[in-house]
Design a protein around this ligand. Sequence first.
Ligand SMILES: Nc1nc(O)c(N)c(N[C@@H]2O[C@H](COP(=O)(O)O)[C@@H](O)[C@H]2O)n1
Ligand SMILES: [Zn+2]
Length: 360
Amino acid sequence: MNSPDFDQQMMQRCLQLARQALGQTSPNPLVGSVIVQNGEIVGEGFHPKAGEPHAEIFALRQAQERAKGATVYVSLEPCNHYGRTPPCTDALIAAGVSKVVVGMVDPNPLVSGKGVEKLQESGIEVVVGVEESACRQLNEAFIHRILHHQPLGILKYAMTLDGKIAATTGHSAWITGTASRQLVHQVRAACDAVIVGGNTLRKDNPNLTTHEVAGVNPLRVVMSKTLDLPSEANLWQTDIASTLVITERTRNSKLQAQLRNRGVEVIELASVTPSGVMQLLYERGLSSVLWECGGTLAAQAIADGVIQKIMAFIAPKIIGGTIAPCPIGDLGLEKMTQALALQRVTLQQIDGDILIEGYL
Ligand SMILES: Nc1nc(O)c(N)c(N[C@@H]2O[C@H](COP(=O)(O)O)[C@@H](O)[C@H]2O)n1
Ligand SMILES: [Zn+2]
């Protein structure tokens, strides 16, 4: 029997393997698996992409006949259904494994406990809940998507100590230091899409890529009702990352044609709202969306209920200015008792800046 410490170590290895596919598995989860025979790792795998085999299958392929009588560690309950791929429970049973250690039960109603049951009915010992909170944290977007039928919305902003996201002139580069900006690139790499509004595009001309961080670029989404956008912008360079512009019907058809010629996808909706855009992204299979917009759109997104997580970078600087923009516009709240209080708040220092994260 393996010790609890050993089980935790193996589950941490599963999570490390799973992270290799960060930003690439949606609508599927990030999953890693390790197979141990006589205290030795004989197989490892992770789920690389929806449509490809699950983590357990890659680990079984590597272990081959050494899987017989072995212990399988997997960060998410093995599936017991036919989706894009056949059930992993059948493969584990066929391989003759004797024990399965699971990080967390799959929230997917098609699985949710049935995978564990099937393994137990076949005489396999099952342990559930090793490193559970780390497993849940890694798949917070998948869990949100499955339970709420919407991508997880993360609002990220950087502000000065006096709560400004730019000077009175609109100038904003750079509020935070290099380490914070690198962390933002990592967050982008883990998300499926990044959203800005037309104002941010016009003022900042952002790239919204992961820059030097290894990993895929997210889909870059621009919300613009009027399509009053420049004909030249970094986001129109679609060789580095894809761009999707969402606008209202019959707006600026000349620019629409120009953008399409440059490989930018343009979609017209009857009405461009944060919830409508998130619905569209959900239907496209996205699990996590990072909102990097200005205050007006951020307030609309919060009011529309599409933001669940806040990442606020605070730089120890003061810019002043009564009309300098702040990260969140008018929410129509009149009393401090109505303020939205974040839950599960964490705080970390990133070089000279502070990052406060929490959930609405
Ligand atoms: N345990 C486990 N390992 C993986 O590697 C996985 N990708 C999953 N995913 C679960 O199965 C559903 C997707 O099934 P298909 O890829 O379409 O066959 C997904 O929603 C999860 O519930 N589980
Ligand atoms: Zn599976």
